[in-house]
Design a protein around this ligand. Sequence first.
Ligand SMILES: Cc1ncc(COP(=O)(O)O)c(C=O)c1O
Length: 433
Amino acid sequence: MAKDIENIKGDAKGISALAGRPKWVSGLTRSRNAGPSQIHKDWSGCGFSTSAVHAGTLDDQASGAVGTPIYQGSTFLLGDEQYQSVEEGFARDRFIYTRYGNPNQWALQTKLAALEGAESALVFSSGMAAITASVMALVDKGAHVVASNELYGGTYNLFNQEFPTLGMSVSYVDPRDFDAIEAAIQPNTQILYFEALTNPLLKLVDVARLSQIAKKHELRLVIDGTFLTPISCRMIEMGADIVIHSASKYLNGHSDLIAGAVMGSRKLVDMIWPRLLSYGGCLDPHACFLFERGLKTLAIRMAAHEQSALELANYLEQHPSIKRVFYPLLDSHPDNDLAKSVLKNGGGMVTFEVKGGDSAALSLLKKLSIPKQATSLGGVESLVSLPFNTSHAGFTAKQRLEMGINAGCVRLSVGIEDAGDLINDFEQALAEI
Ligand SMILES: Cc1ncc(COP(=O)(O)O)c(C=O)c1O
């Protein structure tokens, strides 16, 4: 059961051990501080729902109100401890200024770390802020990155447009072709960057295998886990060094917030934190409150997403107007063996091809009454979109075909609505196209 962690205000002991040594130079031997100056409990022995509800949550000490209050302040009172934390390099562990850290950010960060089984976490104002800060912290000028050839467009733009201006380069490889991944590694390669489940064809990436390659070549493995969650698989335990999420999707889960999260070892997350300060992508306390509230129901939401997605995927697979369905838990999915061995939850993303091409897919979208036509994913409401005029509109039809995105491809983020209602809605809509 939960056990109390000592109030880390007592941690100043470690700092006095540095007396007499030059400051700022001994990063590896410097004593490390456990987190923010607030009392919290360790929920690591508990299940996902218990951690999601309780880990990090800071009941109001003054009023007794249950749940983390919104600390809508930009700045905090300075005392000896705060001055010392700046001087000794542990300012991340004390509250000084909200861009540096805030109790609402820490409540969330503690919860996220508990869910992912990571030592540490950071929250950001968007998934892209989290990606930019993490990647820039882990590479040097002139670095080379080996990345998936099926990346989220925003990440691709960062690599393609910003990297060259900083003397950095990227090789794009098939995430399932391990020989090609190894062959792409150069002497200046510093990170491997992949997405856990690709968009829109939902290819499942073998994180454990990628981690072996990363370790062999002394590289760091960064995984964007947005399409899956810690409820599906804990990627740090599988060997990822850093896991990044667009929390705008499943982690918050209500399509009402833009946020990002990074999880990893304390040492690596400490390296990313200065980039959060420099690029400025901190998460506002009120947004933290919404994110924390959403995160509390992650486990039960994911169970509902999976149940409706699996039932709908099975229904679509046998429908005469549907050519093909992609869902990791379907026997027909190319990565089904891997999915069965590593996923505890298949998530809510279902991609399928409608007979009749993009015009049939467009008319299907118009006939559906439950899924809303919108980009994004991971909310409680089903969202549907077509890659050809949204995420992959920048590619030609020929390029999309080469990627395996055929005409009529539909991307569906299955919400938590009842599977029977979704199936009835698809039944009537497919009958009309
Ligand atoms: C896989 C993936 N990573 C990152 C992002 C960027 O996240 P955000 O929109 O929160 O910046 C997205 C957004 O769609 C995404 O799908």
